[in-house]
Ligand binder design. Structure first.
Ligand code: PEP
Ligand code: MN
Length: 263
């Protein structure tokens, strides 16, 4: 169902009036994790100022260590929605449990399925059974074929509003947190009819590489870029080394905006 052979024209996913995959390149920005209303609102304000529609923030955080900050859960979704409503933004947040999908419908405009859950088939089926856009991230060590099959799980249940997100894969290279597989973007665009985004934050894990990798993503034809922004990354409860502060984010956007395709 996700194959371009079945449907030659591009799928456009509508999120609160904004089209993703229509030829205009879009951004998703926000903190790694929701920490407080003040923290999210500060970021939401600049996201809005930059003309971005989609505010991200993790409420259920899939952390490597059980002793690290696990996220605020439902309270985090509520905070995110409150801040987004204030600035007329759409919300994207990761859901990690099939049972939380229904609840999340009241708070998010896009359900994110994270890299660690790309092959959580029960979660994919649950997300496929609702009428809400889904952003599916590539698994940490998933082939492109496995990634496409994960999207197929969602679509096979009836939900065709899927956005794919390349976020780097595990290789032997340790200079970056993951290795951004930039060629996955044109391959996914060729093999499927779905929009494809690039998450520069989790693919590189390095603040100094966000701008060059985002330029590469736009140049290679991604439908958009995701990046993390925090008012004070040094004290962030997760992903402190890779989030941009607000001046850095404004600089990042000013360099990228002239490069974006618009239709
Ligand atoms: C995230 O975007 O919050 C995240 C945890 O990313 P990933 O699933 O790609 O690691
Ligand atoms: Mn993060």
């Amino acid at each position: 169902l996700v194959s371009r052979k079945k449907k030659p024209d591009n799928t456009i996913v509508m999120v609160k009036g904004e089209a993703i995959g229509d030829g205009s390149q879009r951004f998703i920005a926000g903190p790694c994790a929701v920490e407080s209303y003040e923290q999210v609102a500060e970021v939401a304000k600049v996201v809005k100022q930059q003309g971005i529609k989609l505010l991200r923030g993790g409420a259920y955080k899939p952390r490597t260590s059980p002793y690290d900050f696990q996220g605020l859960g439902l309270e985090g979704l509520k905070i995110l929605k409150q801040a987004a409503d204030e600035y007329d933004l759409a919300v994207i947040s990761e859901i990690v449990t099939p049972g939380d999908i229904e609840t999340a419908l009241d708070y998010v405009d896009v359900i994110q399925i994270g890299a660690r859950n790309m092959q959580n088939f029960e979660l994919l089926k649950a997300a496929g059974s609702v009428n809400k856009p889904v952003l599916l991230k590539r698994g940490l060590a998933a082939t492109i074929d496995e990634f496409i099959n994960a999207a197929e799980y969602i679509m096979s249940k009836g939900n065709g509003q899927i956005i794919l997100c390349e976020r780097g894969i595990r290789t032997y290279e340790r200079a970056t947190r993951n290795t951004l597989d930039i060629s996955a973007v044109p391959i996914l665009k060729k093999e499927t009819h779905l929009p494809v985004l690039v998450d520069v934050t989790h693919s590189t894990g390095r603040r100094d590489l966000l701008l060059p990798t985002a330029k590469a993503a736009l140049a290679i034809g991604a439908d958009g870029v995701m990046a993390e922004v925090h008012p004070d990354p040094a004290v962030a409860l997760s992903d402190s080394a890779q989030q941009m502060n607000i001046p850095q984010f404004n600089e990042f956007m000013s360099k990228l905006k002239p490069l974006c395709n618009r239709n």
